[in-house]
Design a protein around this ligand. Structure first.
Ligand SMILES: *Cc1c(COP(=O)(O)O)cnc(C)c1O
Ligand SMILES: [Zn+2]
Length: 413
């Protein structure tokens, strides 16, 4: 990889050759893939990019840690739509708002970007088996992307994982271990099993390539905005790998001169599980929390990428915002009704945070904001129905329809 220098420990600064099976530093710190931007500048220009036909995350390969000979993975990952939502912006009192619907990835979450990267690196490593632990979406995206590439998967999920995600896992042919315990318990068992059998490790806590896959979300946002930098980008945060990847992509673009400034990050967490936001708000190291929210994908009491996430939020002069489960459900409705975008609870938590910051007057009429929806609402049907309510249920009878409309106060136009 001519474009990559090494993996560098975010704690102690020690560097490691960027082999495909790179894990963590001997000090326990996570590694950050470091690039040769001078070289990349000679290889990639905005004009060259604009002419490229490939509408997937692999269109940015000069900025990605893969060998030149590595084939793109089979599923179409990335290049999700960025919608300009002026009505919602007006409603919230913002100058401009865009919604990036990453629920439109092949397995319906942003995690496909990391899993496609894991599959590409596993192939480079010559591995036949990949494993991970996950709150659900990392698992389902790994299972799907690996199935398409002909690799076998072992997947550990906490028993609370929603049925939609487990159905994906089983359909994609993963060997699924549903762990009776917290996400932390799930992670520990997966780690022990991976150590024992030597599988390729797709745990975001360990594998430094995953946030490089996730960073393609911000590369796309900026290209879709024609390199005009918004004031804020909002995203939900669990383990911390996603927001760290988002920030990495922005810094890459800044380093190669594609953008002239950097946006501020908005880190949205659930009030019932917000160790990263609490650490920022109190300017303290992070401490574990209970996993107390219906937004299962961000119910991470012990974030494994906290160091990278905290650095990203601080470096960007970011804002942290915690939202309640009620506010998450309200944002799910708002996005559905105003934009036609259906996100899972963790998927809409960033938008819930934007709404709250508007109401608090922290951001407002002079600000431009991108809100990333990170996962599709069909993954968690039970909570969607809880938020949206039940339909009118009657036999096939016109009289009963009229009666039901009258009772519900519906005036037909
Ligand atoms: C995983 C996930 C997140 C958060 O990403 P982290 O890397 O855990 O911070 C947010 N939303 C959805 C839908 C996810 O699956
Ligand atoms: Zn180290």
């Amino acid at each position: 990889m001519r474009n990559v220098l090494y993996g560098k420990c975010v704690k102690c600064g020690k560097t490691y050759a960027a082999t495909p099976d790179l894990t963590t530093c001997e000090c326990g710190g996570i590694l950050d893939i470091t690039y040769d931007y001078d070289y990349i500048k000679t290889q990639l220009t905005k004009e060259k990019l604009a002419q490229r036909q490939e509408r997937t995350m692999w269109r940015y390969r000069e900025l990605l840690p893969i060998e030149e000979s590595t084939e793109p993975t089979p599923l179409r990952v990335g290049w999700s739509p960025l919608y300009e939502e002026q009505r919602l912006a007006d409603q919230l009192g913002l100058k401009k708002l865009w919604v990036k619907d990453d629920g439109q990835n092949p397995t319906a979450s942003l995690k496909d970007r990391a899993s496609a990267m894991a599959v590409a690196k596993a192939r480079e490593a010559g591995a036949k088996v990949i494993a991970c632990s996950s709150t659900g979406n990392a698992a389902s995206s790994l299972a799907g992307n690996a199935a398409a590439a002909g690799l076998k998967t072992y997947i550990f999920v906490p028993s609370r994982a929603p049925k939609g995600k487990v159905a994906q896992l089983m359909t994609f042919g993963a060997t699924v271990i549903s762990v009776q315990g917290s996400y932390e318990d799930t992670f520990e068992l997966s780690k022990a099993a991976i150590d024992k059998w030597g599988w390729y490790n797709r745990n975001a806590a360990i594998n430094p390539y995953l946030s490089e896959g996730k960073k393609t979300v911000s590369l796309e946002i900026m290209e879709q905005l024609n390199w005009e930098v918004p004031d804020y980008i909002a995203i939900s945060v669990g383990d911390g790998c996603t927001i760290a990847g988002l920030w990495k992509g922005l810094k890459d673009l800044h380093a190669i001169g594609f953008i002239d400034r950097l946006p501020r990050l908005i880190s949205a967490q659930a009030g019932g599980c917000c160790p990263i936001n609490r650490a920022i708000a109190e300017n303290q190291p992070w401490h574990p929390m209970e996993e107390n929210t219906l937004a299962d994908s961000i119910a991470v009491g012990v974030p494994r990428n906290a160091d990278k996430a905290l650095m990203a939020i601080r470096e960007s002069n970011g804002i942290v915002v915690n939202v309640s489960d009620e506010e998450i459900m309200a944002a799910q409705q708002l996005l559905g009704r105003t934009c036609g975008v259906f996100g899972e609870p963790a998927g809409v938590t960033g938008t819930a945070g934007v709404k709250k910051l508007c109401e608090q007057g922290v951001i407002g009429k002079d600000d431009t904001v991108v809100s990333v929806v990170t996962g599709n609402g069909l993954k968690d049907v039970a909570n969607a129905i809880k938020a949206a309510g039940e339909p009118i249920s009657i036999p096939s009878d016109m009289e009963l329809l009229l009666k039901a409309f009258a009772e519900a106060g519906i005036v037909v136009e």
